[in-house]
Design a protein around this ligand. Structure first.
Ligand code: FNR
Length: 459
């Protein structure tokens, strides 16, 4: 079954960040021009008086700094992967198989990092991948990330498992460009409601993640017996949703638990119950256990665990998404070229090559190896977003040269968030952009469309 085409949008008009559906005003590409010179000069000048970057530039040191800032549970959840984490390693190793050809003596003094994506000019070729449960990294979580992304004109994909509602994120960074990522719930009413809210709060597209219909076998989390959702973390999109609240109300009403039947179930009482539960035990401990046994937080968490995903989802179901929204639909988790063809046949507006950063299948196909095949099948008909393993600007250059339209940053920005909040996210993104800009110029290119297979040599 194919997804019917939505009504045409006026050229260049993308649903506005204001949520009122007006044209989205992209940040001037000039705002990131010269970012590499600025970054280097800032770091080296500060170095004269002995200051070193608080947020390490080297991605391995960045991860180590984040580990120091995070609880063992949070670090395991964020950095870990499925099984023996062979896919995590393979995602990185795939970059070793490509080399950039340096091409000097071409005037590269003026470089432009902008791209066209979803009907608008974007100042950079980066997106932020959806990362759930960022409250584990920093109390301001998605709000801090949204502000940092907006300051650089980078579209931010809000996770379905965010720590703040999409409306709160809009209010925190109203000029920022946002996409909403959906985990297809077992409740269609909930799916429809989430997409309605995404549209009303000014998201520019829906990203449907397809690779998490079962939660990956994550050994680090299992050994710590820790899954954030069971502690009431990362479910703010749900607890702020009227359909979800109704589902909780129905569960409480059905409950044989006598005290539960007396609880008034509203967004506010659910939020208050969860907040008390979290504060009660600093994420672990008896206080938390006791509060999570109390009826309302428990009902909310159990309802979430019931509806979170459906392994029964098929291509045919996707058509429903078009009934629920007029926004462009991007499928995240496409790795096989045949699925890319199928996505195009289904009429989607974009594909996102991802293996969830190696968090789902151990010893899976590294996404960079899959990218060229997907790009070939897509044949320029829709944008191809790429993620999994990007750690710096040179990685982004390789993915763009292999045909990605845009490159999504994942774990590194959460490490920046853990180390220094909003400023940390901004610094990580600035560093990726600076290295990208420098690598582009040293490869003899002045714009993102200049990057192609000729830029690369297979190692
Ligand atoms: C994720 N990812 C993810 N994906 C998604 O579609 N919805 C989500 O809520 C999350 N949550 C999430 C949390 C954490 C802690 C991580 C590390 C990842 C996957 C994410 O969007 C992206 O695909 C990967 O992070 C890319 O891999 P790298 O580059 O981070 O290794």
């Amino acid at each position: 079954m194919s997804i019917p085409t939505p009504p045409p949008r006026p050229a260049g008009a993308v649903r506005g960040a204001s949520g009122r559906g007006g044209p989205f005003a992209p940040l001037d590409p000039a705002a990131v021009r010269g970012i590499s010179r600025l970054a280097q000069s800032e770091v080296y000048r500060a170095g004269i008086s002995g200051a070193r970057p608080r947020v390490p530039v080297d991605p391995v040191a960045l991860e180590a700094a984040a580990q120091k800032a995070l609880s063992p549970e949070a670090f395991a959840y964020i950095s870990g992967g499925a099984g023996a984490e062979r896919t995590v390693a393979a995602n990185r190793a795939a970059f070793e198989r490509w080399q950039v050809w340096p091409r000097p003596l071409r005037d590269v003094s003026a470089r432009d990092l902008s791209i066209d994506f979803l009907g608008a000019r974007r100042p950079t070729p980066l997106l932020l991948a959806p990362l759930g449960v960022m409250e584990m990294a920093h109390p301001e979580a998605d709000l801090a990330v949204a502000r940092a992304a907006a300051s650089l004109g980078i579209p931010y994909t809000l996770s379905n498992q965010a720590s703040f509602s999409m409306e709160a994120v809009r209010d925190a960074a109203p000029t920022g460009s946002r996409l909403f990522q959906l985990y297809w719930s077992a409740s269609d009413d909930l799916n429809a409601s989430l997409l309605r809210r995404a549209e009303a709060s000014g998201c520019e597209a829906i990203v449907v993640t397809l690779d998490t219909h079962l939660l990956g076998w994550r050994r680090r989390d299992l050994d710590l017996a820790y899954l954030p959702f069971t502690r009431g973390l990362g479910i703010a999109q749900y607890t702020n949703d009227p359909v979800f609240v109704e589902l909780v109300r129905e569960r409480v009403a059905r409950s044989a638990d006598a005290p539960a039947a007396r609880v008034r179930v509203t967004r506010k009482t659910i939020a208050a119950g969860l907040s008390i539960a979290r504060k009660g035990g600093v994420l672990t401990g008896e206080g938390l256990r006791a509060s999570l046994r109390s009826p309302l937080p428990r009902a909310a968490i159990e309802t979430f665990l019931d509806v979170f995903s459906t392994p029964a989802l098929t291509w045919d179901d996707l058509a429903k998404a078009r009934e629920w929204t007029n926004l462009p639909i991007i499928l995240k988790g496409i790795v096989h070229p045949d699925d890319a063809s199928r996505a195009i046949d289904a009429g989607v507006d974009g594909v996102w090559v991802s293996n969830h950063g190696g968090r789902q299948i151990d010893q899976s196909v590294p996404t960079l190896d899959a990218l060229p095949g997907v790009v070939e099948r897509v044949g320029g008909r829709v944008p191809v977003v790429f993620d999994s393993g990007v750690r710096g600007g040179a990685d982004a250059v390789i993915a763009l040269a292999l045909g990605a339209t845009a490159v999504a940053i994942g774990r590194p920005y959460s490490y920046g968030l853990a180390v220094a909040g909003e400023a940390g996210v901004r610094e990580v993104l600035r560093n990726v952009l600076a290295e990208l800009d420098i690598t582009l110029g040293l490869a003899g290119c002045t714009s993102i469309p200049d990057l192609d297979r000729e830029t690369l040599r297979s190692a």
